[in-house]
Design a protein around this ligand. Structure first.
Ligand SMILES: Cc1cc2nc3c(=O)[nH]c(=O)nc-3n(C[C@H](O)[C@H](O)[C@H](O)COP(=O)(O)O)c2cc1C
Length: 289
């Protein structure tokens, strides 16, 4: 009798040991696969955001990232404190065209994450691109596929009030077909919840960011360091270089960037520098030179 109990105990212990080893190996495998795929996932995310930035800021060919907070606007590579990352988009001449930023809000099934573009010249949203979506196919995913809905973001009013403390008019989603004002978003019939999430994501983000950015917009205007060019512009430079081996694509890139400073402005800057204009050199971005 005792022997039978002893054997049963041994069997249970062996089973627990085996299960423990299996659980350990499974856990290790999960961690290994996670670590192994992490760089690829991060890279995909980066490429997705990169594509979306140039989509929501029409005409932009270069970008530079900044961190925005109550303390001000700092180039992302120099930011030491927390804040919101925004992406400034420039044309070939280095002129600021727009700013892209992320927004998120709860949709029907899960949180919808998106990127929108803002143009300082029209003080409006110039595009919206969905980064993460788990809404119902055929219903909620119409926020990507419905052309009429997407057209809401061609020039959505995002003016600030006189105090520059908030939007003059909160961005709001209204019932399909009832849009009357330029700050309203016409919802998709049968997918009002997803449509409202998009409106909330953009409204929350613009209300938070634009009062921090617009009063300091000059800070984004001058590029002192190199920006990242869109993949298409980069490819064009490489093709140019392949056709004309005497041209170095990197030198093309650098000449673009001398901070988006056009030749005539570059001359002014040089002569100003020689006249000892250290403060303005510092002020371009507040960076040390
Ligand atoms: C199975 C199921 C899935 C749904 N998926 C979504 C969705 O992804 N997004 C959404 O806005 N509404 C979805 N709805 C519809 C919402 O429940 C709601 O009826 C709708 O958003 C209201 O839009 P309306 O006021 O234009 O009718 C779904 C409904 C059902 C039954």
């Amino acid at each position: 009798m005792n022997e039978a109990i002893h054997t049963a105990d041994n069997n249970s212990a062996a089973m627990i040991r085996t299960l423990g080893v299996i659980a350990l190996i499974s856990g290790l495998l999960v961690v290994l696969v996670f670590e192994w795929t992490k760089p690829a996932i991060e890279q995909n995310k980066k490429e997705m955001i990169e594509r979306a930035i140039f989509e929501v800021i029409p005409g932009a060919t270069q970008r530079r990232d900044f961190v925005v907070s109550e303390q001000g606007i700092v180039a992302a590579e120099e930011a030491s404190s927390d804040g919101y990352t925004v992406y400034a988009g420039y044309d070939d001449n280095g002129e600021l065209i727009g700013i892209a930023a992320e927004g998120a809000a709860q949709g029907y099934a899960d949180v919808i994450r998106l990127l929108y573009g803002y143009s300082p010249s029209c003080q409006c949203v110039t595009g919206m691109s969905v980064l993460k979506l788990a809404e119902t196919p055929g219903l909620g995913d119409k926020i990507i596929t419905d052309d009429d809905f997407v057209a809401n973001f061609d020039a959505l009013d995002a003016r600030l009030n006189a105090e520059m403390s908030a939007l003059a008019n909160a961005i709001a989603t209204v019932k399909s077909g009832s849009k009357k004002n330029p700050w309203e978003i016409d919802a998709i019939s049968g997918a009002t919840i997803s449509s409202q999430a998009v409106g909330k994501a953009i409204n929350d983000s613009t209300q938070r960011l634009l009062p921090l950015i617009v009063p300091r917009i000059e800070r984004l205007k001058k590029q002192k360091h190199s920006t990242q060019r869109s993949q298409r512009t980069q490819r064009n430079a490489e093709v140019t270089s392949a056709l004309n081996p005497n041209v170095n694509p990197n030198s093309l890139q650098e000449s673009h960037f001398e901070a988006g400073i056009r030749p005539e402005r570059r001359i002014q800057k040089t002569s100003a520098n020689s006249a000892s204009s250290a403060p303005s050199a510092l002020n371009a971005f507040g960076d040390r030179t």
